[in-house]
Design a protein around this ligand. Structure first.
Ligand code: GLN
Length: 250
């Protein structure tokens, strides 16, 4: 009898554990994928009219969560806090985040999902046109981004670091900085808003290299990495990915 009860208990517990789990495993094994972002980077992430994080990345990670069978919870935080928060506050980060060797010391990256390059935003009457023209300039960047790191390598230039890219753009409008260096698509969104005053110059003119966005994940969580990459591949195959690009990026 005791044995029968013990067996029954074991069976109940097994079902309970399986019920909590998902196909995801790893950090999302509890059925929820907690995703960090910095909703200051349109069209990839921004706060929508309802006050919720929205944008291409948010839609993409929700679609990935659907494929994995987990609930997605989005945490909005400072961009420069994302990498360090993976594994504690958040499971993964999606934030138009470029794969870099430095970040790879701390986190793993999913397969890349989007190509990017830094752009230079200047006022329409600016004389800045080539890499040489950036030397010695005061350049607005978002703190901890590849744009920020890039300015370190420009001779004599100073990086004016902002938590929000939009504040850098505002200071450009107010002549407090001479240029803003930021990823292509956000640069296009910001300049479109002030098309009468600003222009976005393509990074290849300045010798900036191609970057790749990927989802940052806990180091060594192979189960989670496999589940995310599998979901991403499926979304690319079934047309969802292209639809999201059309809807959010155009
Ligand atoms: N792609 C840039 C980076 O990874 C900027 C990302 C962002 O500002 N959200 O640093």
């Amino acid at each position: 009898m005791k044995k029968a009860i013990a067996l029954l208990l074991m069976a109940v517990m097994t079902v309970a554990v399986m019920g909590c789990g998902s196909s995801a495993g790893g950090a999302a094994g509890d059925g929820t994928l907690t995703v960090g972002t910095n909703a200051e980077f349109p069209p990839f992430e921004y706060v929508n009219d309802a006050g919720e994080p929205d944008g291409f990345d948010i839609a993409l990670i929700k679609a990935i969560g659907d494929k994995m069978g987990v609930k997605v919870e989005v945490e909005n935080m400072d961009f420069d806090a994302l990498v360090a928060s993976i594994g504690s506050k958040i499971d993964v980060a999606i934030a138009g985040m470029t794969v870099t060797e430095e970040r790879k010391q701390t986190v793993d990256f999913s397969d890349p999902y989007y190509e990017a390059v830094q752009y230079v935003i200047v006022k329409k009457d600016s004389t800045i046109a080539t890499a040489d023209d950036l030397k010695g300039k005061n350049i607005g960047v978002q703190l901890g981004t590849t744009g920020d790191f890039l300015v370190e390598d420009i001779e004599g230039a100073t990086a004016a670091q902002y938590q929000k890219a939009v504040d850098a753009v505002n200071d450009l409008l107010n002549d407090r900085v001479e240029a803003v260096i930021i990823d292509k698509n956000p640069a296009l969104v910001f300049t479109e808003k002030y098309a009468d005053q600003l222009v976005a110059l393509p990074g290849d003119t300045f010798g900036f290299e191609q970057e790749n966005y990927a989802i940052a994940m806990p180091k060594g969580d192979k189960e989670l990495a496999d589940a995310i990459n599998k979901a991403l591949a499926e979304l690319k195959k079934d047309g969802t990915f292209d639809k999201l690009v059309a809807d959010y990026i155009g």
